[in-house]
Design a protein around this ligand. Structure first.
Ligand code: PEP
Ligand code: MG
Length: 618
């Protein structure tokens, strides 16, 4: 196995988690199961239904086992993936409907299951939305598990990987990978998983999110990967360069081995910065905060040495479930984060549901919405979303506010209101905060009476009329992901226009600059919590615009900190002034790249389009 066969192809794909992996390829081909289709006698119906029941319960135990085996420090997204697959498995549309098909059409279990699968996928695919296309991917993955069990086969990931030499690692190659399969392999003591390659999948797919949170280099959308790679081939997965090299030349292999060693050293260097206060080379302090989606992510924030939580996207507590979280459940989640941050600030954003982050239909029904409401909106990103949603469902909003207020007795908690466009929205939101406080007083429950309420500036209307908002807010947070989308009229989830989603468009930069300056004049702290804050190539520009609070995914925090140590505010201001004077995006990019090389280490080149915020939408 140690010997390298003929040098092979180089394939391209989308690198979604940073880094390089070298390993032996292990091909998974779950979709190649042979599905038998035949009619059964009426007398055999019970037997077929029993086969279905048995297969479902085997998969149920399989998923439960995986969930149990997860280590306590497994990322929140990983648990959410498994819970989602469990939910799909238990959905009556998947588990009951095939039984009825067996009974009424007198067909075998596999056939009934695939008919129902196609029907469900057809319904999902009819909705032109990336969120729903990834849901149909999930249903397929769950059904494949059941089909395997019906065929008497082991779960896909349990198929034996190639025998590895000591120190060798494994790169999974598949058409499509179910998160549960990856987890299963990762849990095995004899498998040292180095990276993932799939033929399908995009930036918002579950695999992209999972590989990021597991820190596994991954390459998605690699067309023809399973033809070009044979089981046991030595492969180099270069997710930074978007390349998969099969059986590389020894000299190329050596180059990549050196790059892995350098990466390891860089990571070790970065870890040393953890305990150091973040400041520029001329001594200006800069706060580096973390964005989190689930309470357990606070651990990553602490590990990266974050100065606090700059954005807790609370909506992830509300998704993928049939009942909305109660006040107590929310309180526990918020309080857990507040306590774990030990007095460091925790900014909890009120529910930003809508657009691609949807509640399940049962949860929507519990709010009194009609079937289909909120899904068939013609333009969901411009529809009932975030604060609009909360103001439309006062009880939902009040329950959340009470939970956040109660959690404020356990740490330093702040409330952040998303998607403000009108002044009356923040006035109404503040009135709800006052009402929630009164309710807690009546109940004699503790809260921080002086809790700060801030606003997200992510709609151009708010950025352009900010002076009308500032007297009503205690802090501002720039949601650049949406600010770009709404300024440039580019749907951030539409890959057809992704090349136009440009964070360096002068209009975007002027709105950011204007917000920072207006906040400064009003003595309000301003942070950026969109993806731009974690882009090391933009650190100098944002610093030069006057930004002193950056909030980002914890995995980016130390790299940005390292960059800030190299930057001086004086040079950064000069760069920002130069950039803001220009209306030419090419010139802006050039100015930024020149600025970058003035530092000791040159960050990666300025990209043409900001990464669309990868949302965890399990
Ligand atoms: C943003 O819009 O920049 C932001 C941080 O919020 P989200 O990505 O959750 O919409
Ligand atoms: Mg936003």
């Amino acid at each position: 196995m140690g010997e390298i066969r003929a040098t092979g192809a180089e394939l391209r794909g989308n690198g979604v988690a940073c880094g390089i992996a070298i390993g032996r390829a292990h091909l998974l081909a779950p979709s190649e199961l042979e599905i038998k289709q035949y009619h059964v006698q009426r007398a055999d119906v019970l037997h077929e239904v029993a086969r279905l029941n048995n297969a479902f319960s085997l998969v149920r135990s399989e998923l439960e086992e995986l969930r149990r085996a997860l280590s306590a420090d497994a990322p929140g997204e990983v648990k959410a993936f498994l819970d989602l697959h469990r939910m799909i498995l238990d959905d009556s549309l998947l588990c009951d409907a095939p039984r009825d098909l067996v009974r009424t059409r007198l067909i075998n279990a596999e056939w009934a299951l695939t008919i129902q699968l196609e029907e469900l996928c057809r319904q999902f695919d009819a909705i032109d939305d990336p969120y729903f296309s990834s849901r149909s991917e999930d249903v397929r993955q769950v059904v494949e598990r059941v089909l395997r069990r019906l065929a008497g086969a082991r779960p896909a990931a349990a198929a034996l990987p190639p025998r590895l030499e000591e120190g060798e690692r494994l790169v999974l190659v598949a058409h499509d990978l179910a998160p549960a399969d990856v987890l299963q392999l990762r849990e095995r003591a004899d498998v040292n998983l180095a990276g993932l390659v799939t033929e399908s999948g995009g930036a918002t797919s579950h695999m992209a999110i999972l590989s990021r949170s597991l820190g596994l280099p991954a390459l998605l959308g690699v067309v023809g990967a399973r033809e070009a790679v044979a089981e046991g081939d030595l492969v180099v997965l270069d997710s930074d360069g978007g390349r998969l090299i099969v059986n590389p030349e020894p000299s190329l292999l050596e180059t990549y081995r050196q790059r892995i060693a350098e990466q390891g050293l860089r990571r070790a260097e970065l870890r040393k910065l953890k305990g150091r206060l973040s400041r520029t080379s001329d001594g200006i302090p800069v706060q580096l905060l973390a964005n989190i989606e689930l309470p357990e992510d606070a651990r990553d924030a602490l590990e990266a040495g974050a100065d606090g939580i700059g954005l807790f996207r609370s909506e992830f507590l509300f998704m993928n479930r049939d009942e909305l979280p109660s006040e107590d459940e929310q309180f526990e989640a918020y309080a857990r984060v507040a306590r774990s941050m030990k007095g460091k600030p925790v900014v909890i954003r009120t529910l930003d549901i809508g657009a691609d982050k949807v509640l399940t239909s049962s949860a929507r029904h519990s709010l009194g919405m009609l079937p289909g409401d909120g899904i068939e909106e013609p333009n969901p990103a411009l529809g009932l979303r975030a604060i609009r949603y909360c103001l439309a469902f006062p009880e939902l909003f009040l329950t959340q506010l009470r939970a956040i207020l109660r959690a404020s007795s356990q740490g330093t908690v702040r409330i952040l209101v998303p998607m403000l466009a009108h002044v009356h929205e923040i006035e109404e939101a503040t009135a709800f905060v006052v009402r929630a406080k009164e309710q807690l007083k009546e109940r004699r429950q503790k809260f921080d009476a002086r809790i700060a309420v801030g606003g997200m500036i992510e709609v151009p209307a708010a950025a352009l009329t900010l002076s009308a908002f500032v007297s009503r807010l205690k802090f501002l947070s720039l949601g650049t992901n949406d600010l770009i989308q709404y300024t440039l009229a580019i749907d951030r989830n539409d890959s057809a226009v992704a090349h136009l989603y440009d964070h360096l468009h002068p209009a975007v930069l002027h709105l950011i600059h204007r917000t920072i300056r207006t906040g400064e004049r009003a003595r309000l702290p301003v942070s950026v919590c969109g993806e731009m804050a974690g882009d090391v190539a933009l650190a100098e520009l944002l610093l030069g615009m006057g930004l002193r609070q950056f909030s980002m995914n914890p995995s980016q925090l130390l790299t940005v900190k390292q960059r800030l140590f190299e930057l001086s505010t004086r040079t950064a201001t000069r760069l920002a002034n130069r950039v803001l004077r220009s209306h030419d995006p090419v010139e802006i990019r050039r100015a930024l790249e020149r600025g970058a090389t003035n530092g000791r280490t040159a960050p990666r080149p300025v990209s043409t389009a900001a990464p669309v915020s990868a949302r965890v939408s399990p």
